[in-house]
Design a protein around this ligand. Structure first.
Ligand SMILES: *Cc1c(COP(=O)(O)O)cnc(C)c1O
Length: 382
């Protein structure tokens, strides 16, 4: 297909802009070190994964088989019961969270949802969409849920089924809520009707490799787990995965079986390319490759923390986390390095593509600003 020169120019300008923006960010949890060029040919096909990836469907231009392998991989990584798991590749962590909450509500329509202040904004919106009553639990200073506050709050609502939304890697501080501790509290209060969804969008992909590990998987007590595919693994198209129990999915599919189909996913038409990207990455890396990727990120995060502390910045990180947290920087630096800021803190997320050289450049930038800061302060007195 020939394209005229004005279209070609627009595309080339846009590509340059995207490339420049990509090369200078440190603040968002997105890997950019992928090469999916062997998959380019698949863009020629109208792939659509509509329907349940584990069921037959009439539309055959799909990648269901590949999608199932992606689900199998994460189910195993999250220690799901081999005879009772199910899942699909979503549009991202937000849809995965919506799914987890959706089956939780189908199971316990009269439940109350408990989530901490540090929970991702997608969860609040999903709870609103599903119209489930909810209570916000305090967070500790490090971003982890306050277990005492959770217990106290649950105590007042013992007569109601409880849906607890735990986060494995909060957005700002990469804190991890301890799923087995939450399970223990539910048990202690004898709340038998409960459901725990673990939002592992940020850290679920590498949670199994942390030492020590914060309990978050199916053996630890989760009923469903979500991850984002475009974060730690990296993908040109946003993607996520939801893993849950097959027995739970069956409730949802039964609930609407009168429409004569296993319409078990949130959207009808579904991206058939994104499972292919995730599958390809998993094939290339394997569990060992993911582990290496995590160790690398952890090492860069430790370096980043040390270098910031060396110039007098109070940088810190949660155990096993690849996010380094420090007091917010000037707008100039925030914009230059695309750093997300909330309240008084900002962070650098040492995704696998972030290098020590980049950290050095950033630290140098901060240092330069600090050296000129006293002057600015003096000036501001006048
Ligand atoms: C990124 C993120 C989400 C949302 O995931 P998307 O893939 O962006 O939809 C949800 N929860 C947490 C903790 C996240 O970090």
């Amino acid at each position: 297909m020939n394209i005229n020169s004005s279209i070609a120019n627009r595309l080339s300008d846009l590509k340059d802009k995207i490339k420049n923006a990509r090369d200078s960010f440190l603040g968002y949890p997105v890997s950019k070190d992928f090469d999916y060029s062997p998959l380019y040919d698949f863009l020629k096909y109208p792939i659509n994964n509509l329907g349940d990836p584990f069921e037959n469907s009439t539309y055959k231009v799909h990648t269901h088989e590949i999608e199932r392998e992606v689900v199998n991989f994460f189910a195993k990584l999250f220690r799901a019961n081999p005879n009772d798991y199910w899942g699909y590749v979503t549009n991202g962590g937000s849809e995965s969270n919506l799914y987890g909450l959706y089956i939780a509500r189908e199971m316990y329509p009269k439940a109350m949802v408990y989530y901490s202040e540090s929970t991702h904004y997608s969860v609040k919106k999903n709870i609103h969409l599903l119209n489930i009553p909810s209570i916000v639990i305090r967070s500790q200073e490090n971003g982890e849920i306050d277990y005492d506050d959770l217990e106290e709050t649950l105590k007042f609502n013992r007569h109601k089924p409880a849906i607890v939304l735990a986060t494995h890697g909060t957005t700002m501080k990469e804190a991890k809520d301890d799923v087995s501790e939450i399970k223990k509290i539910l048990k202690k209060l004898a709340i038998q009707d409960h459901y725990i969804h673990c939002d592992g969008a940020l850290s679920g992909t590498f949670g199994a490799f942390a030492e020590p590990q914060t309990p978050f998987d199916f053996v630890d007590g989760a009923d469903s787990i979500s991850i984002s595919g475009h974060k730690f693994i990296g993908s040109p198209i946003p993607a996520g995965v939801i893993i849950t129990k097959r027995s739970l999915r069956d409730r949802v599919s039964k609930g609407i079986s009168y429409i004569g189909s296993l319409d078990t996913t949130i959207t009808g038409s579904r991206n058939g390319h994104s499972p292919l990207f995730l599958w390809y990455a998993i094939q290339q890396l394997g569990v060992e490759g993911l582990k290496v990727r995590y160790k690398y990120s952890l090492d860069v995060a430790k370096y980043c923390k040390k270098e910031l502390q060396r110039i007098g910045i109070e940088a810190w990180s949660n155990p096993g986390s690849i996010t380094v947290v420090f007091p917010k920087v000037t707008d100039h630096l925030k914009n230059k390095w695309q750093l997300a800021t909330e309240d008084d803190v900002t962070h650098i997320i040492c995704m696998p593509n972030v290098t020590k050289d980049q950290i050095d450049l950033f630290v140098e930038d901060i240092k330069t600003e600090m050296e000129s800061a006293p002057l600015k302060e003096e000036l501001s007195y006048y």
